[in-house]
Write a protein that binds this ligand. Structure first.
Ligand SMILES: [Zn+2]
Length: 284
């Protein structure tokens, strides 16, 4: 079983649509960070643009950063549960385009949000559109060498309504390119971080590590909220499919900007906070 020191940590760079991606990546590299998470908004470069691949590749090459993880499209038309077949096809095509571009840049996991649980629906009806979307996404993910990571939610009105429901779906879908992203902050609000990890353990391929007050999805640095990290972290290393970890503190809300979350601590300080968290869990 992999020890925590061998698990790569991918850093989510603080970016909004006005940021200079290259300048931020240089700062990230200067802070001693070597791996990052890609997302749609790579600052002023939109990763869905057809010319984005070579532009991002050049920045990665020149800064020496590796982009090992990518967050899929998050806006409502791109949530995985699309009941309408035409809307689903458009969503799948857009996610595939981004996923394959990210895979070519080095990403090995691709996180997907599922949407809301439909009012009054039976679980089989609620999950059916997700399965049909994955029928199209999973083979292409496998071919691209990337794993899809369905993220756990923080509200019982979302799909999945809890960690056990997500675990049951992923177990029954049973495709090697379909796993789970365990979001620690979401789990802290809904199921409890350790309880969610235990329920999802066989399926977790990546994790979003951030903190909150147990009520709001605040995306704080570990230790700034009420999540018991000393209790949670030792459970991580034994997740059999876990590829790497991701930081997800200081993430602007969807469509928001970084000034809403200022002051942003120096990148070196954020990185040191996460490194300390990981290193503290390795026996001397
Ligand atoms: Zn997350």
């Amino acid at each position: 079983m992999a020890g925590l020191r061998t698990l790569a940590l991918a850093f989510l760079p603080p970016l909004d649509h006005t940021s200079d991606f290259e300048a931020v990546c240089r700062e990230v590299a200067e802070a001693g960070i070597t791996r990052i998470v890609l997302q749609e908004i790579c600052g002023s470069i939109n990763l869905t643009a057809s010319d984005a691949g070579p532009r991002v590749a050049r920045v990665l090459r020149e800064t020496g950063l590796q982009a090992i993880a990518c967050h899929g499209l998050e806006h409502k038309p791109f949530l995985l549960r699309q009941a309408d077949p035409d809307a689903r096809r458009r969503m799948v095509d857009a996610q595939l385009d981004l996923m394959e571009r990210a895979a070519a840049l080095g990403a090995r996991t691709f996180v997907l949000h599922l949407g809301n649980y439909p009012d009054g629906a039976e679980p089989s009806a609620a999950w059916e559109p997700v399965a049909r979307a994955l029928d199209l996404l999973a083979p292409r993910a496998a071919a691209a060498g990337i794993e899809l990571a369905l993220e756990n939610s923080f509200r019982c009105t979302y799909l999945a309504r809890n960690a056990a429901e997500l675990a049951a779906f992923v177990a029954s879908y049973a495709h090697p390119a379909v796993g789970v992203c365990l979001d620690s902050g979401h789990a802290h609000i809904l199921d409890g971080a350790v309880a969610a990890l235990e329920a999802l353990r066989p399926h977790i391929v990546t994790m979003h590590l951030h903190d909150n007050d147990g009520r709001q999805d605040l995306h704080l640095m570990p230790g700034q909220g009420t999540l018991d990290w000393a209790d949670f972290m030792p459970h991580i290393a034994s997740c059999p499919r876990l590829r790497h970890l991701e930081t997800e503190a200081l993430k602007p809300r969807l469509g928001g900007t970084l000034d809403e979350i200022e002051p942003i601590p120096p990148l070196g300080e954020i990185h040191a906070c996460y490194r300390a968290l990981l290193n503290a869990q390795v026996p001397a």
